[in-house]
Design a protein around this ligand. Structure first.
Ligand code: SAH
Length: 264
């Protein structure tokens, strides 16, 4: 296929029987990569999860068959086997299969598991990284992931399994590093996570920002503190998908906000 953006070099050929595992970014179509856009325009099947924004799915070519294959928190893991099977089956039919995921496919997206299943099935696949929602949601809220004055590392962590005891002990260790923590899937266990971080040594007044539905019309941003984050999220009715950023960098928002041009 002729590249749809003529001024750019040729895009890789999407061969029949290949699976491309791509990230769709946090929602805003402007944050899609050109490779992902090319894949959307070329794919026969677009197998997407619940987090892929409808505005992005609209960019698929007319030939594309859109197939929903998402996991919504808490369902049995057998579903992942079904998704792997679907990808393998469609590729073996000779379809050009785009597996499109929110954010980056290899960051808490089970893209690794799917790539492994494809490799084991002897199928050819390509990885197209995406902008991960944790970093994008923070950046767009005026929060740099790193600043030389505050931190030389940043922790990306999944909050979905945080409530059991071993896991809570791990959270305390994360807190003891003193580095900022960006929590994906935080909402089910927010009070437990915030308490564990305090037990691990983070001060209760450590700046924290919650961003839900970043880059969509439903976007909400709550500026809070470690000790009050769970209560503030509950009072303000913040739901998933959301990212929580805890650490000194979260306070940068106040210094940047006034001059930051926001999209909406
Ligand atoms: N692969 C994805 C993460 C999948 S896990 C990525 O790289 O971004 C799902 C979690 O991602 C959600 O529970 C939420 O924590 C986060 N997330 C995805 N899209 C988001 C958005 N637009 N705003 C805030 N959080 C988002």
């Amino acid at each position: 296929m002729k590249p749809f953006i003529d001024s750019l070099p040729d895009f890789p050929n999407f061969a029949p029987g290949e699976v491309w595992l791509a990230g769709a970014g946090p929602g805003d179509p402007g944050l899609l990569t050109l490779h992902a856009l090319h894949a959307l325009k070329t794919a026969d099947d677009v197998v997407h999860d619940a987090l892929v924004d409808p505005r992005i799915l609209k960019l698929a070519g007319n030939q594309a068959k859109l197939m929903f294959a998402g996991k919504r928190g808490g369902r049995p893991s057998a579903e992942q086997a079904d998704i792997n099977e679907l990808l393998i089956e469609r590729a073996r039919m000779g379809r050009r299969v785009l597996r499109l995921k929110g954010g980056d496919p290899f960051v808490f997206g089970r893209g690794g598991e799917e790539a492994l299943a494809l490799a084991r099935a002897g199928l050819r696949f390509r990885i197209i990284p995406g902008i991960t929602s944790g970093l994008a949601a923070a950046a767009l809220a005026g929060i740099p992931a790193t600043m030389r004055s505050t931190n030389h590392a940043v922790i990306l962590v999944a909050g979905s399994r945080a409530a059991d005891a071993t896991s809570l002990a791990e959270w305390e260790k994360l807190a003891s590093t003193g580095q900022p923590i960006i929590v994906y899937m935080p909402m089910a266990n927010l009070p437990e996570i915030m308490s564990a971080l305090q037990r691990g040594g983070m001060a209760h007044d450590t700046p924290a920002v919650i961003v839900s539905s970043s880059t969509t019309a439903e976007e909400r941003i709550v500026e809070t503190r470690l000790g009050t984050a769970a209560a503030d999220a509950a009072t303000q009715g913040i739901g998933s998908p959301a990212i929580v950023i805890v650490g000194a960098v979260a306070a940068m928002r106040q210094q940047l906000l006034a001059n930051m041009v926001c999209r909406r």
